[in-house]
Design a protein around this ligand. Structure first.
Ligand code: A2P
Length: 464
């Protein structure tokens, strides 16, 4: 950590890594040890057997030496690790290149809230190490009665609700699902700024495009304008954020996610700002046509091939069609055997607008708070089970085929590779007119995502 040794140290690391630069170089710990001339002796001991710390430390001197590494192109960015709030602040006061992150032990038993907030003020992120509570840490720092992160009762309860393991990373799961989908020949990928998985999708798209497994032109990438960015002034910037996440120069379809704008509080990560009652903080008024004009400009700018809407009512679609230069190409809505959306389908058809059916299976994996034990289950409906048996197909394949034959676009969701593949096997059979009619006669009616409408019960733009 002596400023004179810093550059040479990174050069040793670069040699080991066989790289010409790293992306991020961190000061490992806030305590310099005495350098005794041996680069392999990384924790020199004093006479008492403890680490031989230097008496004094020129923190800002070390930082200046770190900054030079950026200027010399040896690292793209610099940061710190295990630093206290005051140490981070001392650096930020004078830094030419601020630390981009402070890498810290952090997990449910050590949430680092104060440090996180203090660093955030300086736009310094926190990188969590040991998020799982380091269950494999050395025996000398492990006590039998230490609480165990992955066995915490709250975490164990949540794993059951979400069907996950205590350590599961949603990002890895998304990446695996996208790979499985592309391998199974899916080309239409539906995401949204709000889903916070655009970056994971983008990584896999790059991987597949670069390796030549798919061409960009073969893909149909859909993402959505979040409710916090519906102010016409924010629309273009929002798509640019999505494109950056997706590592793309354009999307194929950009949708207005929901017809109610939320108040933008200046924080792009707070996609559902709350009101005092704990609900979402809706803006009182909305310039629907203004938002649509801003969407149209995105087409003219080549940032998206086409535009559409999601969760819109018939009258909202019609208000747009009255004045649109570029009409919506689709209205993406919940649609399945218990919510067939016949009126909306017909009304949209008149304007040449398709329906994209989300939750074609009635979203069996929907969150527990919108699930009741007594809810009817699409994939267990007796008519569907009977027809599935007759064709030697799964109930999922039958309901997808039914929607496709009705003229809908379907976007089944799965993270299970086997089900991802089987949900694609719907082009090798067709349902007879009689079977289509029998499904059409099913009387059960249910909107699984009713709560979205209910939450805005007094809002003039509430779509249901
Ligand atoms: P999984 O990811 O474990 O496959 P929807 O598209 O209606 O929102 O439904 C998505 C849910 O349906 C997911 O929880 C998914 O679980 C489940 N699912 C997807 N494909 C099938 C299938 N072929 N059979 C049963 N469940 C499925």
């Amino acid at each position: 950590m002596d400023p004179k040794l810093v550059k040479r140290s990174l050069e040793l690391s670069l040699k080991n890594l066989q790289l010409s630069y790293v992306d991020l170089y961190l000061v490992h710990l806030h305590i310099p040890l005495v350098y005794d001339g041996d680069d392999t002796n990384v924790s020199p001991k004093n006479e008492a057997g403890n680490w031989n710390a230097a008496d004094k430390w020129d923190l800002l001197g070390t930082w200046k030496a770190m900054e030079e590494l950026v200027d010399q192109g040896l690292t793209n960015s610099i940061g710190v690790s295990n630093f206290s709030i005051s140490q981070v602040e001392r650096i930020c006061k004078v830094a030419k290149h601020k630390p981009v992150t402070n890498q810290m032990e952090s997990h449910i038993f050590l949430p680092q809230t104060d440090l996180f907030e203090a660093c955030k003020k300086h736009r310094v992120t926190i990188t969590e190490y040991s998020p799982l509570g380091s269950p494999g840490r050395p025996a000398e720092i492990k006590k039998a009665d230490d609480p165990v992160v992955l066995e915490d009762p709250v975490i164990v309860k949540l794993t059951k609700i979400y069907g996950k393991t205590p350590a599961q990373s949603p990002k890895d799961e998304v990446k695996a699902a996208v790979r499985a989908a592309l391998d199974a020949d899916y080309r239409h990928i539906d995401t949204a700024y709000n889903y916070m998985n655009e970056d994971a999708i983008g990584e896999v798209l790059q991987e597949y495009i670069k390796s030549g497994k798919v061409k960009r032109e073969e893909l149909f990438i859909v993402t959505k304008l979040p409710m916090i960015h519906m102010d016409p002034k924010l629309v273009k910037r929002s798509l640019e954020l999505s494109l950056k996440n997706l590592q793309l120069s354009y999307v194929d379809l950009y949708l207005v996610h929901f017809p109610i704008p939320l108040v933008y509080e200046g924080d792009d990560t707070n996609v559902f700002p709350q009101n005092e009652a704990g609900g979402w903080r809706a803006a009182d008024k909305w310039d629907l046509i203004g938002t649509w004009k801003a969407m149209e400009e995105l087409v003219d700018l080549g940032l998206t091939k086409c535009i559409g809407v999601s969760n819109f009512s018939i009258s909202q679609v019609e208000r747009i069609c009255e004045v649109a230069k570029h009409k919506p190409v689709t209205n993406q809505v919940e649609c399945h055997i218990y919510l067939p959306q016949k009126d909306l389908f017909e009304a949209c058809k008149k304007h040449g607008i398709t329906i994209t059916a989300y939750s074609p299976f009635g979203s069996p994996g929907r969150p527990a708070f919108i699930k009741q034990a007594s809810d009817p289950v699409v994939l267990e409906d007796p008519v569907i089970l009977k027809i599935a048996k007759k064709y030697g197909k799964t109930p999922a394949q039958v309901v997808l085929r039914n929607l496709i034959q009705r003229g809908m676009i379907v976007i089944p969701k799965s993270t299970n590779p086997e089900r991802i593949r089987s949900n694609f096997q719907v082009f090798d059979f067709s349902l007879s007119k009689e079977d289509m009619e029998e499904i059409d006669k099913i009387k059960t009616r249910l909107r699984y995502f009713d709560s979205m409408g209910v939450m805005f019960k007094d809002h003039p733009e509430r779509p249901w």
